[in-house]
Design a protein around this ligand. Structure first.
Ligand code: PHE
Length: 340
């Protein structure tokens, strides 16, 4: 029996087989256990002899099982180590990394360019009141421009006034002039809102406002500053520009700035050409605006400008549809080089 059990233990192929063997030999109904039970029927003499032998057999078998178990465990561990080996020479799996939204990238670029010219960044709230969005900016009470702005209004308050989503970043001109003393030299990038939606309009879009107030600031400064800006932004030293007379209630005189382009073969190309492209509104700050903000227009004057951030990004990268900025399509981001 001893030889039979030991060779079966040696032959057990895995832990399960070994367990079955243990139960069959040493378990409650195992063969050795059965024989132990037989001891009771023996004479004391026989019992001592047989008991010793049985105990020795039991110990030997138990030890053999333990030893076999250790061998099996080690074999399994070696097997796993071999199977789970990591090949450090394999190429890395490409991990996609996030990147800044093109609008954020453009704002960073604008901030850097104007930063070089001494502008700091100012901010104002997205939700604002009539004073900051219209009245202080010299919009008369029934001026049609108030309607033209397609304003999103919040529900009327008890005093019949209503807050609104700012329709332009010019609100930040007012916030800045009423809270800081001149000289002022700020840009204010941020979200703006108008109720409109098509290829070139989305209800939320971005503008960057510029404001310079000092004692001797004049139209030449405005032109020099903006020419420097567009040539740096579009990376074209000779980019042609022109200033066209225009109207805004908060600037006088007002102008729109165009940059040169060509549209040969239906393809828009920024630079020298026979066409013009409007890129921003600007002008000398209206004396009424200075007065509304508590600044003496006989002592101070300055200029302001405002442009659409999506628009200048669309022109630089040749993006035809404004709405694609807000669709979060990875293929679009990659196509224009905004994501890896
Ligand atoms: N706020 C104007 C707009 O939204 C742009 C502008 C800003 C024009 C500053 C002149 C001066 O169209």
């Amino acid at each position: 029996l001893r030889a039979e059990l030991l060779s079966a233990v040696e032959a057990a192929a895995d832990r399960d087989a070994l367990d079955q063997l243990r139960v069959a030999a040493l378990g409650k109904k195992g063969r050795i256990t059965d024989m132990m039970k037989g001891l009771g029927a023996m004479s004391p003499e026989e019992r001592r002899e047989a008991g010793q032998q049985l105990n020795a057999l039991k110990d030997t078998v138990a030890e053999a099982i333990e030893a076999r178990r250790a061998v099996l465990d080690e074999a399994e561990l070696n097997d796993r180590l071999a199977r789970e080996r990591i090949d450090v020479s394999l190429p890395v799996r490409p991990e996609s990394a996030g990147s800044l939204h093109p609008i954020s990238q453009t704002i960073a670029e604008l901030t850097a360019i104007f930063g070089q010219m001494g502008f700091t960044v100012a901010e104002g709230p997205d939700i604002d009141d009539d004073f900051h969005n219209f009245t202080a900016l010299n919009f008369p009470p029934d001026h049609p421009a108030r309607q033209m702005h397609d304003t999103f209004f919040l529900p009327e308050k008890a005093d019949a006034s209503r807050l609104m989503l700012r329709t332009h970043t010019s609100t930040v001109q007012v916030h800045t002039m009423t809270s800081t003393k001149p000289p002022i030299r700020i840009i204010a990038p941020g979200r703006t809102y108008r109720c409109d939606y098509d290829m070139t309009h989305t209800p939320m879009f971005h503008q960057v406002e510029g404001l310079v107030i000092d004692k001797t600031t004049h139209m030449g400064h405005l032109k020099g500053c903006l020419i420097e800006f567009v040539r740096t932004y579009f990376e074209l030293d000779e980019l042609p520009v022109r200033f066209r007379p225009s109207f805004f209630p908060f600037t006088e005189p007002s102008a729109e700035m165009d940059i040169g382009c060509s549209r040969a073969g239906g393809e828009l190309k920024i630079g020298a050409g026979d066409s013009w492209l409007e890129i921003l509104g600007c002008g000398m700050v209206h004396p009424n605006v200075l007065k509304a903000c508590g600044i003496d227009p006989t002592e101070y004057q300055g200029f302001a400008f405002g442009m659409g951030i999506e628009r200048i990004a669309m022109l630089k990268y040749g993006i035809p549809d404004l709405r694609t900025f807000f669709e979060s399509d990875l293929r679009w981001l990659r196509h224009y080089g905004f994501a890896a």
